[in-house]
Design a protein around this ligand. Structure first.
Ligand code: AKG
Length: 368
């Protein structure tokens, strides 16, 4: 990647003053034309699955309401250029190189301290497909819904195509970052919040030439509209964190992009992790045991069924023999010899029945 003369790592005091007043700062050109071409191509290749990266996820643009957007999925094979988002780009070498630009390192150091490494909450291409796009309502990039142990402060937004008021560029309310997060929850503003904080006469279109970047404060209220033009409006955007930031739900850090350290270890988290691993292992063992009991039970049920069947057949045989034994001697076919063997059979049958009952009793205690 070649930085153009417009871009140096130096940001003047006057620029910082402007940034802290307005909540955004045009940083100038970040990549040259050749690099820009490669990045556009890479974004589309990833979106349609021509370049395979299992870490990348894609969201299609259905052109409908923001609330109805489809879920983000893995890369589609033979996908479409009507995508809204390609995320996970911190794992792509081309986009990763942009994220490590000296000027972005300077921005991160200025906010989080030179001693601090920086990680990424997300790095993605946001696209407004030609003659489409989905309205992204007024929002701030932070708050409880982000589930972080501290609020991130800086987002870089780089145009991959010229972004203009005509093709759905980002619109901002200058200075609104100084309100702080307007709700603890953060993210999308309510209708009332939008009426209160985003009057029409304060809306500023953030027009950015392709290859140029803007630094945006995460609390700056912003939105973007649709793209009625015949060309896509693609942009690369990334949110930088102080690398010590953790996901509140998992305790995990985020992928490092600048520097090498995620901060000092936190022993209580290691303890929690070990405890969690222990419990997961116990739960797995208990589940395995439950499965084996289930299998044993199936075997026992089958034994009961066949023992019952056997007992019934013996009972029937016994009844038959009794009936035969009770008939007058002359009527029994085979006479006295027949009765003698019938008597033996009865004894055998009784023995069999007794055994079956014992067997049954063993499987069904109390039911002798
Ligand atoms: O590119 C867009 O349309 C919106 C980007 C945005 O809201 C963001 O990066 O937070």
């Amino acid at each position: 990647m070649t930085a153009t003369p417009a871009l140096t790592a130096r940001i003047t005091d006057e620029q910082w003053d402007r940034y802290f007043r307005q909540g955004f700062l045009h940083l100038g050109q970040l990549v040259d034309a050749a690099e820009l071409h490669r990045l556009r191509e890479r974004a589309d290749d990833l979106a349609v699955g021509r370049v395979v990266n299992p870490q990348v996820q894609v969201q299609l643009d259905t052109g409908g309401r923001y609330e109805d957007l489809p879920e983000v999925t893995g890369q589609p094979s033979g996908g479409t250029l009507r995508y809204r988002k390609v995320q996970g780009l911190e794992t792509d070498e081309l986009f990763r190189a942009v994220l490590r630009s000296p000027v972005l390192a300077e921005v991160a150091a200025h906010h989080y301290g030179r001693h601090t490494s920086a990680s990424l909450f997300r790095a993605m291409v946001m696209n407004k497909p030609a003659a489409q796009g989905t309205v992204l309502p007024w929002h701030q990039d932070g708050g409880d819904v982000w589930a972080l142990d501290r609020d991130p402060l800086i987002t870089i937004w780089m145009a991959l195509d010229d972004a203009t008021a005509a093709n759905g560029c980002v619109e901002v309310i200058p200075g609104s970052h100084r309100l702080g997060l307007v709700t603890a929850q953060g993210s999308t503003l309510s209708e009332e919040g939008a009426r209160q904080f985003c009057p029409d006469d304060q809306v500023h279109p953030l027009e950015v030439p392709a290859g140029h970047a803007v630094l945006v404060h995460n609390w700056l209220i912003h939105r973007s509209g649709v793209n009625p033009t015949s060309q896509p409006r693609r942009a690369f955007t990334a949110c930088y964190l102080d690398s010590r930031t953790r996901n509140l739900l998992t305790g995990e850090h985020f992928p490092l992009i600048l520097g090498t350290s995620t901060g000092p270890p936190q022993p209580y988290l290691e303890l929690l992790r070990a405890e969690h691993a222990d419990r997961t292992a116990s739960a797995a063992a208990a589940s395995e045991y439950a499965q084996s009991l289930k299998a044993d039970n199936a075997v026992l049920q089958e034994s009961i069924r066949s023992a019952t069947e056997y007992a019934r057949s013996l009972e029937a045989e016994l009844a038959r023999l009794r009936a035969a034994a009770e008939q007058p001697a002359g009527e029994v076919v085979g006479s006295a010899g027949g009765i003698g063997s019938a008597g033996k059979l009865v004894a055998t049958a009784r023995g069999g029945l007794q055994r079956a009952r014992v067997l049954l009793g063993r499987f069904r205690p109390g039911q002798q």
